[in-house]
Each structure stands twice: as C-alpha cells, then as structure tokens.
Design a protein around this ligand. Structure first.
Ligand code: S3P
Length: 171
C-alpha cells in the first residue's frame, strides 16, 4: 500500500485529519487542493470562477496522479466525480471515507465562502445525497466521524494502517 486517501464531503475534516494523522505517525501528508493551488498559483475559487468546474476536475486528476511517495493524502470532496480517480486511488492505496452527517457539515460551512460548490440549501442537499452514495461505494473503510472525537478518528485510521502493514515504509 502506497497511500492513505481520505475522501468525504466538503467540511468533513479531511485536511485536519490528514495533518494530525501524519504528525502522529511521523510521516508526510499532502492536501490535493493545496497542491493544485500551489502548482497553478491560484485559489480554488478563482479556478472555478475563471476556468469552470470541468477544467478544475481535469487539474484534480492530473495532480492526483502526480503525487509521489507522500503517504497521507487529503482529497477534495469531488475527487470521486471521476471514475478514473477512484480507480487510481484504489490501485495506489486505500480509500478511507470520513462519513459526516449533513447536519454537521451544514453547521461547519454555514459562513464558508471558500467553496464554490457550497451554495444555497437545496443544491447542497442534492449534492450531498448524490455524493454519499459514491463515497460509500468506493471506500475501503468508512469512519463514522459524527460519533468520534478527532483523536478517535485518528486512532481508527491508525488501526487500519497497522492492520495493512504500514505504507511500504515510506516517510
Ligand atoms: C469540492 C470540494 C473542495 C474543493 C472544490 C470542490 C467538491 O474541497 O476541491 O471546492 O466538489 O466537493 P474540500 O472537500 O476540501 O472542501
């Protein structure tokens, strides 16, 4: 196993969990959205605004496949929109879904303006319902984040990591 890929809806805590998990295991982590922003020297909101979602999705696939040996990867919520991304993640690691209820996500993102796809309520609900089906279907492991503390979530992932026999010794 090369990578742990964290997937889940916007606001499910993927970036925070990746950071803390990597710290606890003393391994490296990478946030795919941050990588895209860095490579293009442009914020996600501007990419969506200037170039549209489809172009963003192509950047997402390109940069996903460009990741080297970094063990822990937090992805953007829409990474599962493309079957080729799911296939890539399955072939190069394990997929862990940070399952979080709409109620909690809605609370967290109430005043968020950094996510172009987080809009008014009805569209959000529809997107959430469509996405959770894909997350559940493609995940190797599902962590119910509503019932766990941040440390609890990390501990669950560490159990999986240990069970899978570490990440090819990568640091
Ligand atoms: C998106 C989620 C965002 C970011 C972009 C699109 C999505 O990442 O990639 O705004 O389609 O759900 P987060 O899940 O980190 O918010």
């Amino acid at each position: 196993m090369k990578h742990i890929y964290l997937i889940g809806f916007m606001g499910s805590g993927k970036s925070t969990v990746a950071k803390l998990l990597a710290k606890k295991l003393n391994i490296r982590h990478l946030d795919l959205d941050k990588l895209i922003e860095k490579k293009l020297n442009k914020q996600i909101t501007s990419i969506f605004k200037d170039e549209g979602e489809e172009t963003f999705r192509s950047y997402e696939s390109t940069y996903l496949k460009s990741i080297g040996i970094t063990p822990v990867i937090s992805t953007g919520g829409g990474i599962v929109e493309k079957e080729e991304n799911i296939r890539w993640m399955k072939d190069t690691g394990i997929i862990i879904y940070l399952k979080t209820s709409f109620h909690i996500i809605n609370k967290r993102l109430q005043n968020d303006s950094s996510r172009p796809l987080w809009r008014e309520n009805e569209a959000n609900t529809a997107l959430f319902l469509r996405r959770i089906e894909i997350y559940e279907k493609c995940a190797d492991y599902i962590i119910d984040c509503d019932t766990l503390s941040l440390d609890g979530i990390i501990d669950e992932i560490i159990k999986i990591y240990e069970y899978k026999g570490n990440l090819d010794g990568e640091k």
